[in-house]
Design a binder for this molecule. Structure first.
Ligand code: FES
Ligand SMILES: [Fe+2]
Length: 505
């Protein structure tokens, strides 16, 4: 029986501004609505231009139950289209990546399509005489979806009515992609190898919340950090004290940073669920300098911009609902929900072209020791995530608490006063997660014909007027901002729309 599809009030009851009801993580109906009303309407990560360098190169992916082809076009652009034959729906390509010369031929009855998805040829053409094929949907070829390219990162939106990428994603967040690309003295990145994949038996939102969770680091990962510390001490005592810290040690030791440090990291949230964690510092702030790199950056970008780029290493930038990345090290995670309690996380490493190899080594080492299924950090998290999923399904307390970090957000009458707009927050605030649920609720209570983006766009921080063209197929290399990196601002908080209609207790 459909509870949530028929009732916005029932959905509103799942989040009261401080708590999330367990059904948000357990209900298959909610999961289906998330795919329809959130994932199918947002700009999501598809891939990187470097994965499809030649015309006809393609990758395949799946978003919200729709299988997709991302194909490099003859004009150098890229287009994302349904990986679904217009004849009877067969999947055109099953492999993760590949190449087609001039046409994509269906493996079932050999209908073929041009690189732009238009119908090229149908076998036994004379058999269609007298039919309405020419005016049918099939004659239109493959369904093309909105595709946007930003600094070679390719995004797709399944909703043809959605506003463009820059209307949905704050310019400051796109600036973090600029900061990642500009770590290359040439201003270009390329994907380094296939991604690491981690399939976790938990709801996708449990993973997403954790991207903004600093409090767990020195608890959940205590054994990893302390082991690294013990190894480092033993190494030092056995060898001259001038020993340079190995890369893995340098990356693991900060996981034991105390709550004070985590709080001071700071964060920033935007309407639409977006955020940056670590606007003042992060676990990456104190990585050792790379000989010659700073000089190469100054030569490429000029001293002010080079210093700005090198100083900017937030913990996580989050383009809601499914893209988390770091400007440095150059890594990007994509959350691909597979089911209500099953989530795939893709972990991509990028090479900064023209930069010393040690930067890529740093990225790949971080991905291996922190994010991969075989890492000594991620399995700490995975064990907890999967236990949460099991625990929520059991009897007892039906609510997840997100109460922390409310100071200064209550009006005199006790009502909540968290802002819809951009705000700066403490690094341990659960407001970073509440901000996700505000966007989640907004998306889910919209009717299935309403445009989430129009609401998001209206309240999002101003998109950069100088942003790259982001709707339609394009292959721009332009920046959202030549400065790119977000500047510190006052919060500009405004009174919050309260979550009316909460009746559960
Ligand atoms: S399903 Fe593709 S040609 Fe028939
Ligand atoms: Fe963790």
């Amino acid at each position: 029986m459909a509870i949530y599809r028929e009732s916005s009030e029932a959905i509103r009851n799942l989040y009261d501004g401080e708590r999330v009801h367990r059904d948000a993580y357990l209900s298959t109906e909610i999961f289906a609505l998330e795919m329809e009303r959130l994932f199918a309407r947002r700009w999501l990560y598809a891939g990187h231009m470097s994965q499809v360098p030649q015309a006809g190169d393609f990758i395949t992916l799946e978003i919200a139950g729709t299988t997709l082809l991302m194909i490099r076009q003859a004009d150098g652009g890229v287009q994302i289209m349904a990986n679904r034959c217009a004849h009877k729906g067969a999947m055109l390509r099953c492999q993760a990546s590949g190449h087609v010369d001039r046409a994509i031929q269906c493996p079932y009855h050999a209908w073929s399509y041009r690189l732009d998805g238009s119908l090229l040829a149908v076998p036994l053409r004379e058999g269609y005489q007298g039919s309405h094929l020419a005016t049918s949907e099939a004659a239109g070829g493959l369904t093309r979806f909105q595709t946007a390219v930003y600094r070679d990162f390719v995004f797709v939106c399944l909703d043809p009515n959605a506003a463009g990428l820059t209307a949905q994603v704050p310019a400051e967040l796109l600036g973090c992609l600029d900061a990642m690309a500009d770590r290359s003295p040439l201003g270009r990145l390329e994907v380094a190898g296939p991604c690491l994949r981690n399939v976790i038996e938990c709801n996708w939102k449990i993973y997403l919340e954790n991207i903004n969770d600093t409090v767990h680091a020195n608890v959940t990962h205590e054994s990893s950090a302390l082991s690294a510390e013990a190894v480092w001490q033993r190494t030092q005592s056995a060898a001259p004290s001038a020993l340079k810290k190995p890369m893995a040690i340098e990356q693991l030791l900060p996981f034991s940073s105390g709550s004070d440090f985590m709080e001071k990291m700071g964060g920033r949230v935007w309407a639409g669920g977006h955020s940056i964690l670590g606007i003042h510092a992060s676990l990456h702030s104190d990585y050792s300098s790379v000989p010659g790199y700073e000089q190469a950056m100054i030569a490429a970008w000029g001293e002010p911009r080079a210093k700005q780029i090198l100083a900017w290493s937030p913990q996580n930038a989050l383009i809601y609902p499914s893209i988390a990345f770091k400007s440095a090290p150059q890594t990007l995670r994509v959350i691909r929900p597979l089911g209500v309690s099953r989530t795939l996380v893709e972990i991509w490493a990028f090479r900064a072209l023209g930069a010393p190899d040690i930067l890529l080594e740093r990225t790949q080492t971080y991905n291996r020791i922190v994010f991969s299924p075989m890492s000594i950090v991620a399995h700490d998290d995975v064990q907890v995530f999967e236990s949460i999923q099991r625990g929520l399904a059991g009897a007892g307390n039906e609510w997840v608490s997100l109460h922390r970090g409310q100071a200064g957000t209550r009006a005199a009458d006790g009502s909540r006063a968290e802002s819809e707009s951009m705000a700066t927050v403490g690094g341990t605030d659960e407001r970073l997660m509440r901000n996700q649920y505000r966007a989640w609720l907004e998306a889910l209570v919209m009717s299935d014909t309403a445009s989430v983006e129009s609401a998001s766009a209206a309240s999002a921080s101003a998109a950069s007027a100088s942003a790259a063209s982001a709707s339609g197929a394009s292959a721009s290399g332009a920046s959202a901002s030549t400065k790119g990196i977000p500047a510190k601002r006052d919060s500009g908080d405004a009174p919050l729309v309260s979550s009316a209609g909460v009746t559960k207790s």
